[in-house]
Write a protein that binds this ligand. Structure first.
Ligand SMILES: Nc1ncnc2c1ncn2[C@@H]1O[C@H](COP(=O)(O)OP(=O)(O)OP(=O)(O)O)[C@@H](O)[C@H]1O
Ligand SMILES: [Mg+2]
Length: 402
């Protein structure tokens, strides 16, 4: 058999974080035993390598994220980022991996209240109000998980003030939706920008004072929190594309050479937002200029090409192949995939430019699902109980689908 990849399973604390919320979940054994390094020694390249374990093909974006994490954990300098990238290119994955990073590095224990929240949860659209209390409640939950059973008011305040706040789907809170003003979007952006500038917010909760649990009010200073907002900004692609391709714009879309899995070479013209995006485009999209001004950096994620999609299929923590491998292992079967088979699947997924790495899942499922019901009954297992997804299987499946 030529060139198939035998996958070694990686276990990840990411899964642990997703499923467990017990107190003291964030105390790893290494927290208690390791010699802790000064935070200044955990340099951006170290952070970058950690993040890269779970986020593929986004090195440029991860460098910015790593520097922001370093600033946040050392100087307590605000380091806010706006992540923009097509659907399925890894924005939420970056946020999840930040949680993993803070969990896996023992020195980062004080910063582990990393909270991912959808932008629309931060507003009440009936009352047209920004709801920072919902944010603080979510952060407090994470803070309690770090601190264990009986946190004092000071413990809680410190953990909340060092939090990283990931606001996802920020683009859905634009000031303009379908060409019409969207007042709630302005409410959200203005509320968030005030928090990002640093605000004292009163937060009612309970904590342990002299061994007794009491109702308390914490004055939370948000100045040292780190904010990472992310969104697909879908309409912005067409918006900038139209600007760039308008006659007389003076801009040119770049062409690039693509090598296909079957060995052919093609020239493709592919529009990349990163080549053309300007601040003005964001304002036109409906982002309030003052809100955009609170970010140290606007970070554009790459669209994922077939090469990266193949890596994601084979190696990312929650790729459909890695999940399916886990499923077959329950039946005592080793799932493997030929290198060319993975390349063909990635190439097909790459054609779905609107869904990014998400398109790997249905394509892979279509190939592997027929075997899940009764693998023994289908003449696909080797004697040593391996099931190999071959390039021929993939081609046959694609032909049937066409
Ligand atoms: N760069 C990447 N590295 C590893 N896995 C990725 C990457 N991008 C996407 N994925 C995988 O694809 C799926 C969707 O990714 P993710 O949720 O991060 O997309 P997104 O950019 O947040 O998209 P959306 O704008 O639709 O929310 C996830 O299962 C993730 O594992
Ligand atoms: Mg997302």
């Amino acid at each position: 058999m030529v060139g198939f990849t035998r996958q070694t399973e990686r276990t990840s604390s990411l899964e642990m974080i997703e499923t467990e919320t017990r107190p003291e979940e964030n105390v790893t054994p290494s927290d208690k035993t390791a010699e802790l390094r000064p935070l200044t020694e955990i340099r951006p390249p170290v952070i970058f390598e950690e993040l890269r374990q779970g986020v593929l093909g986004q090195d440029k974006a991860l460098r910015f994220v790593s520097v922001a994490v370093y600033k946040h954990t050392t100087g307590r300098v605000a380091a806010n980022l706006l992540l923009i990238g097509s659907s399925g290119t890894g924005k939420t994955t970056i946020m999840n991996n930040l949680q993993r990073l803070y969990h896996d590095i023992p020195e980062y224990r004080p910063f582990r209240a990393v909270t991912i929240i959808n932008a629309n949860l931060l507003v009440d659209s009936d009352r047209m109000e920004f709801r920072p209390d919902r944010l603080l409640t979510a952060v407090e939950q994470r803070a309690r998980a770090i601190l264990g059973r009986k946190p004092t008011p000071e413990d809680l305040k410190q953990a909340i003030e060092r939090a990283t706040i990931c606001v996802d789907e920020i683009d859905k809170m634009s000031a303009v939706v379908a060409g019409k003003p969207n007042a709630i979007g302005v409410v959200l952006q203005q509320g968030l920008l005030t928090l990002m500038e640093g605000e004292e917010v009163s937060h009612r909760t309970h904590a342990w004072v002299d061994g007794v649990e009491k109702e308390i009010t914490l004055d939370i200073d948000t100045a040292h929190m780190m904010f990472i907002c992310g969104g697909a900004f879908e309409g912005i692609y067409d918006q900038v594309y139209n600007r760039v391709t308008k006659p007389g714009s003076g801009e040119r879309i770049r062409s690039r050479t693509v090598h296909t899995a079957e060995g052919q070479v093609r020239i493709e013209m592919r529009f990349s937002l990163a080549d053309f995006l300007q601040g003005q485009d964001l304002f036109e999209f409906g982002m309030v200029p003052q809100f955009c001004g609170r970010f140290d950096q606007t970070v554009l994620l790459n669209d994922l090409d077939a090469k990266v999609l193949k890596e994601i299929l084979l190696h990312s923590y929650d790729s459909p192949f890695v999940r399916s491998r886990r499923f077959f292992r329950v039946m005592g079967i080793d799932l493997e995939i030929e290198d060319l088979a993975a390349a063909l699947i990635a190439e097909r997924a790459g054609r779905e430019t609107r869904t990014g790495a998400r398109s790997l899942r249905p394509i892979f499922a279509d190939i592997v699902n027929p075997f899940e019901f009764d693998p023994e009954g289908q003449d696909v297992l080797t004697e040593d109980r391996r099931l190999v997804v071959t390039a021929d299987m993939v081609r046959a499946r694609f032909q049937r689908a066409n």
